[in-house]
Design a protein around this ligand. Structure first.
Ligand SMILES: [Zn+2]
Length: 333
């Protein structure tokens, strides 16, 4: 005989380039059970096997406690065509997901409805459903992590675009004749304001300068120069690092200006791993935004910089399920 049936839960998964996180999440966004494993747990190219193993483990643990799992939500680091249900062909951090009909596979495996979307779309739904943008009708999340993603909600709808590329603000130019980006474009926001872009800019500028403060702070190893170190050395007064940080603030300001003038959302949330370093620079970033945005539009937009929280993306996968099934708390009021 099983124990009495507890409240149903959502099995929510965040697929990251280095870490997979799965949780059993309540419709109010509370995480009751959580599991994390390296994305390469079963070897490189085997992320799907690891995802299924981890999800099964959380599902079993929830059911042992008497909680049925009623749906599955997953955020993945790439575009998703939610019409065809296929992940896009370009998933640089977890290439084995490319082109995969993951939602259908998960429905078959777990016997419940499954929803898969881009991880920053999930993050935007999390901020809207459980986070700082609760109650807003429109918001844009700019997520500065290793790369740079964004999610758009307008008039109460997630904007995915015709084939899942909606919200790729990280790869829109803030400098039309700027340097080449790894996406194939040039002058993209990601070149200036993502963790990878900031680190690569710093590594390029210290090449051939063994006495550079950035190199000394990295014990002489250019590949050890990461974005947080650049921000720290800039705060200590090094002009090379300060110039890179200044470009990051200016690029982000230009993008906030683009977002505010182009979409005029109620809320802009700047988050992601790099946001921990950006938060103390909020005044500078807002000043830069003011150089590009219409003052009246910027005045009606609440811009907040909140350090990234991996757990929020996982809760976003639960928010995705609520969004797709009409179960968001605000809709049931
Ligand atoms: Zn790009």
């Amino acid at each position: 005989m099983t124990a009495k049936t507890e409240a149903p839960l959502i099995l929510a998964v965040d697929v990251g380039g280095t870490t997979l996180a799965a949780g059993a999440v309540t419709p109010a966004g509370d995480v009751l059970l959580e599991e994390r494993v390296p994305t390469a747990r079963d070897g490189r190219g085997q992320a799907v096997e690891s995802i299924l193993w981890m999800m099964g483990k959380v599902r079993d643990a929830a059911e042992r406690l008497g909680h049925p799992i009623t749906a599955v939500g997953v955020g993945v680091p790439g575009p998703v065509d939610t019409v065809t249900g296929r992940i896009g062909e370009h998933v640089p951090h977890v290439p084995e997901l490319s082109g995969r009909p993951l939602a259908r596979q998960l429905t078959e495996r777990f016997g419940v409805p499954a929803y898969v979307d881009n991880d920053v779309n999930a993050l935007a739904l999390a901020e809207w459903t459980f986070g700082t943008a609760r109650g807003a009708r429109s918001l844009v999340v700019l997520a500065a992590g290793t790369g740079f993603g964004a999610g758009i909600i307008l008039d109460g709808r997630l904007v995915r675009g015709a084939s899942g590329f909606g919200g790729e603000f990280g790869h829109t130019p803030v400098k039309f004749d700027g340097p080449r980006c790894w996406c194939g474009g040039r002058g993209c926001l990601a070149v200036y304001a993502s963790g990878r872009g900031i680190a690569e800019a710093a590594q390029a500028r210290v090449a051939g300068h063994p006495d550079a403060a950035l190199l000394r702070a990295a014990d002489g190893d250019p590949l050890a120069i990461r974005a947080p170190l650049v921000f720290r050395v800039a705060a200590e007064g090094d002009p090379t690092a300060a110039m890179i940080v200044d470009e990051a603030c200016q690029a982000l300001g230009a993008m906030i200006g683009t977002v505010v003038n182009g979409l005029n959302p109620e809320v802009v949330v700047v988050t992601g791993g790099v946001a921990t370093s950006l938060a103390p620079l909020e005044t500078r970033i807002l000043k830069a935004a003011g150089e590009y945005a219409f003052p009246r539009a910027l005045a009606t937009t609440r811009v907040t910089i909140v350090p990234g929280d991996k757990r929020l993306t996982m809760r976003g996968a639960a928010a995705l399920v609520l969004y797709e099934t009409g179960g968001r708390p605000e809709e049931s009021r």
